[in-house]
Ligand binder design. Structure first.
Ligand code: BDR
Ligand code: CA
Length: 311
């Protein structure tokens, strides 16, 4: 299995990303680290512990990281994920705890000690990852690839041109995109193809396990906010797409392109400027995900959740 670390801000879709990574045999989840984003750091961290507890994920260290973006103040997404960051279903009290180490220190230690390079899967703002690469430049060589959820070659979601994870900490995203580490960007172009239709929700509910019920509850809440805020008929399950790309690259089709992060645009701060046509002469620094095999994607997510629920 491919060794991976998920750096996240749960978050409904982050929760499913953790479950996919823990329940699929093609990847080995080495750690879950948290960052402020969808909600404040104490909430995203508590949510990561809730997810591990309800999904029976034990032996995977959870570490809290940065509580705010590098430069600008934090702006959370309570309108999408609720006051808790994981509104909807009820959760049992966490039976696992965080390790007493900052997320960046934990990632650094794992990279140093692991026999092979590790894939980092950031599904929140890139604050922790930018800090890691700044503080420990030598770690770049220990990272096999960064496969992130964030950005967009087209429309944004928090502003007309910016996607939430990049918009929340544009300076961090800029550091990551300029780092030279092999990078795959799973942005809105592809995640808006991962729609949790009622048929998908019923596959979780139909598992007949408490975990299946929790997943159905998460997707139902997410469907409500996406309908109200964005007019989506079905909510896009962004974050697990990045994990799926690591599990089976054939699920997510990519094209090579240069990507830069807009830091100073009057209307476009936080946009990822993707040179799909190769017009700028700037070198390729990312694989940009454009297509999703949605059937294979959902089969994989459902299988992982069933495996966890049965354990
Ligand atoms: C991203 O923003 C968050 O709200 C989601 O968890 C996802 O990581 C989508 O723009
Ligand atoms: Ca997220």
């Amino acid at each position: 299995p491919v060794p991976i670390i998920i750096d996240c801000d749960p978050g409904h879709d982050d929760a499913l990303a953790i479950m996919l990574a823990a329940g699929d045999p093609s990847v080995e989840l080495l750690a879950v680290t948290t960052v402020a984003g969808n909600q404040t750091l104490p909430k995203t961290t508590l949510n990561a512990l809730r997810v591990c507890t309800v999904a029976g994920i034990t032996g995977v260290p959870v570490a809290a990281g940065c509580d705010r973006p590098l430069v600008q103040p934090l702006a959370v997404a309570a309108d999408v994920h609720g006051v808790s960051g994981l509104d909807g279903p009820g959760f049992p009290a966490p039976s696992v705890d965080t390790v007493p180490e900052h997320a960046v220190d934990l990632i650094h230690r794992i990279l140093a000690g692991h026999p092979e390079p590790v894939v980092l899967v950031p599904t929140g703002p890139l604050t922790n990852i930018a800090l890691l690469l700044t503080r420990h430049p030598g770690d770049a060589g220990r990272i096999r690839e960064i496969v992130l959820m964030g950005g967009s070659a087209g429309r944004g979601n928090r502003t007309p041109s910016a996607e939430f994870n990049v918009l929340t900490d544009p300076e961090a995203a800029d550091i990551v995109f300029r780092s030279g580490v092999p990078l795959t960007m799973c942005g809105l172009d592809v995640t808006h193809q991962a729609l949790a239709t009622p048929e998908v929700v019923s596959r979780f509910a139909g598992m007949g396990t408490p975990l299946g019920e929790v997943c159905a509850g998460l997707l139902t809440f997410f469907a409500g906010t996406y309908r109200e805020l964005y007019g989506f008929a079905h909510p896009p399950l962004h974050d697990p797409v990045a994990v799926a790309r690591v599990i089976d690259p054939g699920i997510v089709g990519c094209v090579d392109a240069n990507v830069v992060v807009e830091l100073s645009g009057r209307y476009t701060r936080g946009a990822t400027v993707v040179d799909l046509l190769g017009q700028t002469g700037r070198p390729v620094n990312a694989r940009v995900a454009t297509t999703l095999d949605a059937d294979r994607f959902w089969d994989r997510v459902v299988a992982a959740v069933s495996a966890l629920g049965a354990a």
